[in-house]
Every structure is written in C-alpha cells, then in structure tokens.
Design a protein around this ligand. Structure first.
Ligand SMILES: [Zn+2]
Length: 244
C-alpha cells in the first residue's frame, strides 16, 4: 500500500535525500583529506626529528665536555713535563740514579700525553661527525616544518570551504524537512540510518535506485499503477514511484 503523500512531498523527500547525501559526502571528504593525512605524517616526522635532534645535542654536549676534560688533562701534563724537564736540564739534580728516574718520569708523562692527544683527536672527529649529523637533522626539520606549515594552511582552507558548504547544505536540509510531515521525516531518517545513508530512492526503469536491484515486472507494474510513496520489496527503503 502506498504511503499517502502528495507529489510535492515526494519531490521534497528526494531533495531531502539529496541534501543528506551531499552532507554525508562532505563529512567523509572533510575527514579524509589527503592534505590532512600528509600534515599528520609531516608532524610525526617533526616529532621524530626533534627526538633525534635532542639525542644529537646531548651527544655533542657530552663530547664537548669530554674534549675540554682531555684538553685540561693535556695542559696539566704539559705543565708537569715542563717542570720536570726544567729540573732535568737545570743541573739541580746531580745524582745519576735520580736523574735517570727523572728522565723515566718525563718519558712516562710524554707517553701519557701522546695517548691523551690520540683520545683528543678521536673525540674531535666524533664531534665533527655529530655536528654534521645535527646540521643535517636541523635542515630536515626546517624543511618538514615548512611543509607542515603550508599543509596546515591548505587543510584550513579546504576545511573552511567544506564547512561553508556543509552549513549551506544543512540550512537547505532544515528548510526542506520543515516542509514535510514530521512522521515521514522520522521514518525516512530511521530507514536512512539503518541503510547506509540512503532512506529514500526513486524507482527508475524498474530499478530501485537505493539498492540498484531490478524489481520483477509484475511488481513494477503494480507500483506504477498505485504510484506515490512505496517501499522497495528488496531493500525496504522508501521508494518514490512516478505514476505511470
Ligand atoms: Zn531497493
């Protein structure tokens, strides 16, 4: 049995469905913007880089401290070597045993200094490597931040456009809904929510445009004869049948 509504209401019901479909597509588009996904991954990359940069800065700090500790050690050794050599060559020590022990001391200090100098070189090489890596990370971070900035602008612009269109569609929808019987709107919404967003569809060429199923010829004939608002036998959506 057809649901008793006039032709104007039938047209409005389809318009209501059009606006709901439009709203749903806009919402889907808004939540799946490729630019927003790109922005999210740019932000993830920035977070990763920030963590790598923090690690590199800490390493650099440690290496600077190590370097100045070794430099201080070398300076102390040089002082001692200077003092011992002065004693060695001043003639103030005459005892041969004492002299040879002093010479051994100076040799030992020089070997230690040489070891410390090798360590210093090693630390300076490491420091250069970390500085270069840090520079590279900072350049990459700056590029990622720039990319994130322009994506943010783009996402803002696109979202703003979609929101404006959503406001327009919602306004139109409210107007259309207000001109339909409340019970019909309620029933339409119930079916729409249960049926993936499509509550009302047109019967076109014997096919329900809601489930895209071709209805049996006898059924189509009956629907057309009765006209008005029916239900699709297959999907139970509200079916707008243009009278034959
Ligand atoms: Zn159907």
């Amino acid at each position: 049995m057809p649901i008793d509504v006039d032709d104007a209401a039938l047209r409005r019901l389809l318009q209501l469905q059009d606006q709901d479909t439009r709203i749903r597509r806009l919402q889907e588009r808004r939540s799946s913007l490729p630019e927003a996904a790109a922005l999210a991954s740019a932000r993830d990359r920035i977070a990763e880089l920030d963590s790598d940069i923090a690690i590199a800065r800490k390493q650099l700090d440690d290496l600077r401290h190590a370097q100045s500790r070794i430099e201080d050690g070398i300076a102390t050794l040089e002082d001692r070597i200077g003092r011992e050599e002065k004693r060695l060559f001043s003639g103030s020590v005459a005892n041969p045993k004492e002299l040879s022990s002093l010479q051994a001391e100076v040799d030992m200090l020089r070997r230690t200094r040489s070891t410390r100098e090798d360590e210093l070189l090693e630390v300076m090489v490491q420091r250069e490597q970390v500085e270069a890596a840090l520079g590279e990370l900072e350049r990459e971070r700056a590029a990622a931040a720039e990319r994130a900035g322009s994506l943010e602008t783009e996402v803002g612009r696109l979202t703003g456009d979609i929101d404006a269109e959503l406001r327009e569609a919602s306004g139109l929808r409210a107007t259309i809904a207000s001109q339909l019987p409340g019970e019909l709107v309620t029933e339409y919404e119930r079916v729409r929510d249960a049926k993936g967003g499509i509550g009302a569809a047109r019967l076109q060429g014997g096919t329900c445009q809601g489930c895209h199923t071709r209805l049996p010829a006898g059924e189509v004939e009956r629907l057309k004869r009765e006209g008005g608002l029916q239900r699709c036998d297959n999907c139970r959506r509200l079916l707008v049948v243009t009278p034959a």
